[in-house]
Each structure stands twice: as C-alpha cells, then as structure tokens.
Design a protein around this ligand. Structure first.
Ligand code: 5AD
Ligand code: SF4
Length: 455
C-alpha cells in the first residue's frame, strides 16, 4: 500500500485544510506514515504569516530533495498560503524545480485531479488560482482526532490589517451556509466528537459575506444567521460538550455574542481576542478599526457578562513607527486586562502589505528587547493566575500523551489551560474530573478524581 505524510505549518485553518488533503489521499488508497522521507506522497501545507514560517518551509523542503531523487515515484507536493505569492513561485521554479505539484489555497478541491495528473504524467504542475471561488462542501477529511474537531465556518479575510498577508493569500471573506456547518457538527457528534473548535479568520463577521461574485448563496431569502446565532444552533447539538471558537476580531464583536456568555451552555467560557497593540495610535496605523479604550470596554463587558471568562490575545511588538511610549501602552494594557495567555510576535515584514513599505521600521535589537519585556509581563501574570486553579476540581478532556512526558496524559480545562496528569491511556477521549495539585505557568499538574461521573 502506498503511504503519505502531510506536513503543516501555521494556523488551525491550515491544520483543517491538511485534514482535507489527507482525506483525499486516503480516498486514493494511500495510508498515513509517520516518516515523510519514506512516504510515497508528501504534502507541505505552508504558512506565510511571518518570515520564520517561510524559512522553515524551505528548510524542510530541502531535506526532501534526496529522498525524492532516490525513490522512483515519490511525489512531493506543496500548497497553502505561501503559494499564493508570486515571489515564492519564482523561487520554487528557480531552486526547487523537482517539486512535483504546486497548488494554492483556492484550489484544494482540485488536489485529487492535479495529483493524479502529476503522478501519471510525471509532470511538474503549478496550478495556483489568484481568485477564490465558492466554498467547496462535502470534501473528505482524515481528522486528526475523533473526540475533538476543527470546524471551519468561513474562509478568507476582508480586514487588511496593514501588517498582515492573510487577505492576499486567502482571499475575500466567505461564510459557509449555516445548514452545512450544523450538519457537519451533527455528524461529528454522532461519531463521538465532544469538543469542536469553530474556525474563521474573523468569526464575528460570520454570515455577512456569504456570496462571492454571486456564485454562492447569493440570492438567498434565508434568515441571516450571525455568529452568535450560529453558536446558539451548535449549542443544541447533542453530544457536543465543548464549543470553542477563533479568531474574534474586536471590531466585529456583537452585543449578541457578549450576551451569550451570560448563559453560554456548551460554549467554553473563554475567548481569544487579539489586541495586537495597546496604543490607539499604532492600532490606527495597523488598520484595526478600534481604539485601546474600545478594546478595554469590550473586555469589561465580557467580564460583566461572564466574570470568570478566560481571555487570551495576540500581540505584535515592533510594528513600524512603534515608539517606547506606544510599547509601554501595550505593557500597561497587558497589566490592565491580565490575560490568561497571549501569543506574542515580533513584527515581521511581509512583502506586499502596506506596513512593509514603511521606512520607519523598528531596529531588530529594539524589537527583541521589547519582546523580552512583554513576555516577562505575560508570563508573570499567567503564573499568578494559575494559582487560582490550586485544588480546583475541573472537567478535562483527555487528549493524548503529554508533550513533556509521554508517560503522562494531557488535556485542557474549559478555560484552555493545559493539564498534565498520570493516568491510563484508555482515558483518551474522555471528559474526566481532575483535581489540580500543582499549578504552573504553562500547565497545571493534576490527579484524576476518584469519583467520576460516567461519561
Ligand atoms: N508580523 C508579526 N505578527 C503577525 N501576525 C500577523 N501578521 C504578522 C506580521 N506581519 C500575527 C497577528 C495575528 C497572528 C495570527 O499573527 O498577531 O493575530
Ligand atoms: Fe490578518 Fe487582520 Fe485578517 Fe487577522 S483580521 S487575518 S490579522 S488581516
């Protein structure tokens, strides 16, 4: 039997796309193998959000050159966000002409045909579409887990934050029909799925752009279901115990969503709300369309609706023109919000975005020094906040062996904290009660409670 391996860079949207690609290969009779170098088909699904991901991709691709040369018939395919950029295609053509198939983010549904053609004809195919078409439904998926799943509800982004490449690589925002999403989640629940992660670049504008040039869902008299409305529908699906979602753009958060947190049902009391900067001046230049004060007001309203809501964020340091005062505003916002966790990034120049053309780029050493100060504050707060979990008894969905110690199990709390605990692998996929014995900055150490509800 032929084998495949998919290597995924970047965000959860890419992980979800990779499940589709894996499903397509399985439909063609390929089975999964751990080792990319010995696989008959390798697909690299790329990310272009920061320069690091670009570099890692070329490194990993380079390592496949020898196996590809030495093994007759081995197929190396590359896809994803990087392929939507002409300068990347030019580099591939010049330096990696041996790659068998290049496709983009807009033609994943064509992958089976492209793959067959490339392998049958031993041709090197480059097929990247610059425009997105309608969202393809009904594609196969080899899901990474049975008990938890990604559910993509929309694609693309219309926001054009001035630092970000995503609107150029993933195209305009399109939402899936609510019925298709609900059907997918029902099917997942039927197959034992307990937790879903609802995905979109900007879930808060779900339903606003359901058509692409009239091709999809355009002439509809369906009632307009917004994101809060969709969550309410998903909340009704039996078997789904946890609903998470990302990413929420603060500018589009609705009163309805905040209201929903008063009585969230299966929606986890947790929200990822990227702020990017604490300075209103920088936010304006980032084209984020909210001020520091407006962001803080959203946080206040979320906490009013749901006092123990866990809030996480994304922050960029070193955006062009960021001054020491701007950065201190970010630090003070972090102290004010007291995030449960935060992803922090050093600004990375992305060719073709407005911010890349600016001449007031922040010097590397300043960016790194600010980054260090920021993560010090974030980790300190995270550690302080971990203390509230001491001796708490919490439901944890057991997801697999711990990353740090394979003899331990790992899972997440409702709030999204990692929990490590000793236990039998037969617990994987179960929601269990865990007593937290040792809270730490990045993970909580716990023990299985003796009394378990039978789930
Ligand atoms: N440089 C650094 N970080 C970036 N992000 C997006 N574009 C860039 C960039 N050019 C970050 C943002 C976003 C997250 C997914 O990646 O914080 O929320
Ligand atoms: Fe990028 Fe902004 Fe869209 Fe997020 S909302 S994907 S940061 S452009």
């Amino acid at each position: 039997m032929k084998t495949y391996h998919v290597i995924t860079f970047g965000c959860q949207m890419n992980e979800r796309d990779s499940e589709t690609i894996a499903g397509m290969l399985e439909e063609q009779g390929y089975s999964y193998t751990e080792d990319p170098k010995s696989a008959d088909a390798v697909v690299l699904n790329t990310c272009s959000v920061r320069e690091n991901a670009d570099k890692r991709f070329f490194g990993v691709l380079g390592q496949l050159k020898n196996p590809h040369e030495n093994r007759e018939g081995m197929m190396v395919c590359v896809c994803g966000c990087m392929m939507q950029q002409q300068h990347i295609i030019d580099t591939l053509k010049a330096k990696y002409p041996w790659v068998d198939l290049v496709f983009g983010t807009h033609n994943i549904s064509e992958f089976p045909v492209l793959f067959k053609n490339a392998s049958r004809e031993k041709a090197h195919i480059i097929d990247v579409l610059s425009e997105a078409g309608p969202i393809a439904e009904g594609l196969p998926a080899a899901r990474a887990y049975g008990f938890k799943a990604f559910v993509s509800i929309m694609q693309g982004c219309n926001n054009f934050c001035s630092y970000c490449i995503v609107p150029y690589t993933r195209g305009r925002e399109r939402s899936r029909r609510p019925e298709a999403v609900i059907e997918e989640v029902k099917e997942l629940a039927k197959n034992g799925c307990k937790e879903i992660m609802v995905l979109g670049q900007n879930v808060n504008s779900y339903g606003r752009a359901r058509s692409v040039a009239g091709t999809y869902c355009a002439a509809t008299d369906e009632p307009h279901l917004d994101f809060a409305g969709l969550l309410k529908e998903l909340n009704k699906i039996e078997g789904i115990e946890r609903i998470r979602f990302m990413t929420s753009h603060p500018k589009d958060i609705s009163d309805g969503l905040i209201e929903l947190f008063k009585d969230p049902g299966h929606v986890c009391r947790q929200i990822h709300l990227p702020v990017q900067s604490g300075s209103s001046r920088v936010l304006k230049e980032m084209n984020r369309v909210y001020t520091r004060e407006q962001y803080l007001d959203i946080v206040r309203r979320l906490r009013q609706a749901c006092p123990d809501i866990a809030i996480s964020t994304d922050i960029i340091v070193g955006f062009p023109g960021e001054t020491e005062e701007d950065f201190e505003q970010t630090l003070s916002l972090v102290e004010e919000v007291r995030y449960d966790s935060a992803f922090t990034f050093i600004y990375s120049v992305r060719q073709g975005t407005p911010a890349a053309a600016r001449e007031d780029q922040v010097p590397e050493e300043i960016k790194h020094a600010r980054f260090g100060r920021l993560i010090e504050a974030i980790h300190r707060i995270q550690e302080e906040k971990a203390e509230k979990y001491r001796d708490a008894v919490l439901p944890v969905l057991i997801e697999g062996p711990s990353k740090t110690d394979p003899d331990m199990l790992t899972g997440h709390t409702e709030s999204g904290r990692v929990v490590d605990l000793p236990g039998d692998p037969s617990l994987i996929g179960r929601m269990v009660k865990v007593r937290i014995t040792k809270p730490q900055t990045f993970s909580l150490y716990g023990a299985l409670c003796e009394e378990q509800e039978d789930r």
